[in-house]
Design a protein around this ligand. Structure first.
Ligand code: NAD
Length: 329
């Protein structure tokens, strides 16, 4: 198969090249993100391989269809950036990597919690500057604190296990109550109860019409003062304006964000030499109690290997006319 690989990053290129060689696929890496303006690059290919910030909207998919693209392979679990209806109506199957390492994302969420709480990022810089003062570095015991998990699927349930080890009380809100997790001590509650009782809230639902701006003025007003909010899921789960207002008022105690609703074009890129044009992100970066990482929660060797091998498996299945195990239907 001829594969057009969009939004290529150095951390994944060698692995994909090696696997493509092993399966005799011809792969070309484009650094540019896929959208209706760049889709023409896929001319002469059979498959496009896309990442989280590629825009597979109706216009892009129609161009891909005209170019005779037969398969869209996402190197991500989330597929909120794909117009599935159009892809289905044009009979282009879309495959994804539903599970590559829930541990990677859950462990990064935990890293954000620990860093924000114990301020190790500040301590690291201070000590390197011979500043051995502890002022301003006071944290809290996680033991006995209540953590609310919004979404208790693959990632949320892994974070539940980690937090249990810290002696936290864990509340969960999900469309589905999972009895197995309940037996292990996760208490499923209403959204309202979770908002009102949590010291820390971590988001693990996909971005859908229902979850868009789930965290907004209204939901934030229902939370405890001093709440720590963690988002490693998708940026648009949180209304940034509301987040900023709550941080400014001092109601929200801290925020750890691996994703941001306007991250496309910024996250994953080195913009050191440029002036940041996004005023909301610039404002967020001024808060001493906000920690932002640029969509790196998935970034472990294990996850990258699984992403590459699952994607290659799907491409092989398609080439061999087999049922696509990871097709989004
Ligand atoms: P999952 O499908 O296993 O779990 C999602 C859970 O959310 C499910 O239990 C589902 O029932 C629940 N849910 C869906 N809609 C809901 C709603 N409206 N209200 C309440 N619950 C709802 O998915 P996962 O593997 O745990 O991944 C979760 C999300 O994490 C993904 O959708 C993706 O956006 C994000 N993610 C981020 C990174 C990263 O690097 N930052 C990496 C992988 C995944």
């Amino acid at each position: 198969m001829k594969i057009a690989f969009f939004d290529t990053h150095q951390f994944e290129k060698d692995l994909f090249q090696e696997m493509a060689n092993n399966h005799s696929h011809d792969i070309v890496f484009f650094e540019t993100r896929l959208n209706h303006k760049t889709a023409h690059l896929a001319s002469g290919f059979d498959c496009v391989c896309a990442f989280v910030n590629d825009q597979l909207d109706a216009a892009t998919i129609k161009i891909l269809k005209d170019l005779k693209i037969k398969l869209i392979a996402l190197r991500s679990a989330g597929y909120n950036h794909v117009d599935l209806k159009i892809a289905q109506s044009l009979q282009i199957p879309v495959v994804r990597v539903p599970e590559y390492s829930p541990f990677a994302v859950a462990e990064h969420a935990m890293a954000l919690i620990l860093t924000l709480n114990r301020k190790t990022h500040k301590a690291y810089n201070r000590v390197r500057d011979n500043n051995f003062s502890l002022n301003g570095l006071v944290g809290f015991d996680l033991h006995g604190k209540t953590v609310g998990l919004i979404g208790t699927g693959k990632i949320g349930s892994k974070l539940f296990s980690i937090l249990k080890g810290f002696g936290c009380q864990i509340l969960g809100y999900d469309l589905k109550v999972q009895e197995e997790l309940q037996k292990q001590g996760l208490k499923f509650v209403s959204m309202e109860t979770l908002l009102q009782n949590s010291d820390i809230i971590s988001l693990h639902v996909p971005l859908t019409k229902e979850t868009f701006h789930l965290i907004n003025d209204k939901t934030l007003s229902q939370t405890k003062s001093g709440l720590m909010l963690i988002n490693t899921s998708r940026g648009a789960l949180v209304e940034t304006k509301s987040l900023i207002n709550s941080l400014k008022s001092g109601h929200l105690g801290s925020a750890g964000l691996d994703v941001y609703e306007e991250e496309a074009g910024l996250f994953f890129e080195n913009k050191t030499d440029q002036i940041l044009q996004d005023d909301q992100l610039a404002r967020l970066l001024t808060f001493p109690n906000v920690l932002i990482t640029s969509h790196q929660a998935f970034l472990t060797h294990e996850a990258l290997h699984n992403i590459a091998s699952t994607t290659m498996d799907s491409i092989n299945q398609f080439q061999q006319g087999k049922t696509l195990t990871y097709e989004i239907v």
